[in-house]
Design a protein around this ligand. Sequence first.
Ligand SMILES: C[S@@+](CC[C@H](N)C(=O)[O-])C[C@H]1O[C@@H](n2cnc3c(N)ncnc32)[C@H](O)[C@@H]1O
Length: 191
Amino acid sequence: MDDITIKLPENYKSIQDASAKIKFSMPSDLKTGSLLRTLIASKPEGQFLELGTGTGLSLSWIVEAMDDKSTVISIDNNELYSAIAKEFFNDDKRVKIICTDATQWLKNNPDLEFDLVFADAWPGKYETLDEALSMVKTGGFYIIDDMLPQSNWPDGHEENVKKLVAHLEQRADLRFTKLNWSTGLIIMTKI
Ligand SMILES: C[S@@+](CC[C@H](N)C(=O)[O-])C[C@H]1O[C@@H](n2cnc3c(N)ncnc32)[C@H](O)[C@@H]1O
């Protein structure tokens, strides 16, 4: 078995080309995308949240696995990235791409609940973490990536990662698995 042969979502290459044109440098790893697609498919009629749309690369894995009754909200505060993502998801009923600050959005929407939250931005991970976790339904997933050292980490970021892991470890309402695979993932289920 190898874990390199991964069938890409239909629109992945086109989004990748558009991302290359603007030199978007923060795409999620293919293995992370593949894992997301697998987990999303386990939640028929699911409601999903992505924090950090970027140009829509990880969103393509999410949307590909969603059934007709599932919906996703994806948030990014960068207008250029959001505009590119919007070009590739012409499905207003199921896919909502919102260009706004995710910290404020998390604070403003405390009553929303999701079957899976993919936190791929600073908000919902290194800040407003409790707000994001409170949106995960019982039995739902909270997923984070980039937990292993990455070339684009700012100086001192290792300390943030350590603190985040320690904080998650002491929460009694999460069952989680750390994966030293892909860019370093933690998969958590709310109990
Ligand atoms: C790691 S990238 C996301 C990559 C994307 N999920 C993908 O797979 O291509 C992080 C994203 O978070 C966005 N971001 C950073 N701070 C933010 C904030 N306060 N609110 C919303 N988005 C933010 C950045 O613009 C960037 O696109």
